[in-house]
Ligand binder design. Structure first.
Ligand code: ADP
Length: 159
C-alpha cells in the first residue's frame, strides 16, 4: 500500500492505538495519523496537545506523519490523496459502529475503503475513556499509555 490514514480522537493516545500504528506502518509506505478536531465530545486534551503527544510517541517510526483534520474524514482522505482508512477493532461491541462508519464513508466517497486491524489481545479492553477514568481517581495508568502521556494526564486532573 502506498499510503493510509489512521483517524481517531486519540484523547489521549493509548498503547492500543500505538500497537495499531506500528502494525499498520509496516503495511504502507506512509501512514498518516489523523487527529479529529471536531468531535462532539468535549476532549480532555486540545487537538494540539493530542497531535504533540502522538508525534512524540511515534518519532522513531519514520513513515508516520501526524496531522489534525476537521470536517469529513473522506474529504481529508481526498485532500491527502489517500484511498485507505485504517481502523482498529477491539471487540464485537466496536463492530456495529465501525461497519456503519466504513459503509457511510464508502457511500460518500467510493474511492475510499476501510481496512480493519484486530487489536492485540493484551489491549483488547483498552480505551481512552477507561484510562481517563483511572487517572481521574489517581490510579496507575502506566500499563495503558506511553510514558510521555502519563504525567500529562495526571497534570490535567491533579494539577
Ligand atoms: P474514535 O473517537 O474515532 O473512535 P479513538 O481515538 O477512540 O477514536 O479510536 C481510534 C481508533 O482506534 C478506532 O478505530 C478504535 O476502534 C481504535 N482503537 C481504540 N482503542 C484500541 C485498542 N485498544 N486496540 C485497538 N484499536 C483500538
Amino acid at each position: 500500500m502506498k499510503s493510509a490514514i489512521y483517524p481517531g480522537s486519540f484523547d489521549p493516545v493509548t498503547l492500543g492505538h500505538l500497537d495499531i500504528i506500528k502494525r499498520s506502518a509496516t503495511l504502507c509506505d506512509e501512514l498518516i495519523v489523523g487527529v479529529l478536531n471536531n468531535s462532539t465530545k468535549t476532549p480532555l486534551f486540545s487537538v494540539d496537545e493530542r497531535v504533540n503527544m502522538l508525534k512524540e510517541v511515534t518519532k522513531d517510526i519514520p513513515n508516520v506523519k501526524v496531522m489534525s483534520f476537521s470536517g469529513l474524514l473522506v474529504d481529508f482522505a481526498r485532500q491527502q490523496n489517500v484511498q485507505v482508512i485504517i481502523r482498529g477493532l477491539r471487540a464485537v461491541t466496536d463492530f456495529e459502529y465501525e461497519l456503519a462508519l466504513s459503509q457511510t464513508n464508502h457511500a460518500i466517497n467510493s474511492d475510499v475503503d476501510t481496512l480493519f486491524l484486530t487489536t492485540s489481545i493484551e489491549f483488547s479492553y483498552l480505551s481512552s475513556s477507561m484510562v481517563k477514568e483511572i487517572a481521574m481517581y489517581g490510579g496507575d495508568i502506566s500499563k495503558f499509555v506511553p510514558t510521555p502521556v502519563i504525567d500529562r494526564m495526571y497534570a490535567k486532573y491533579h494539577g
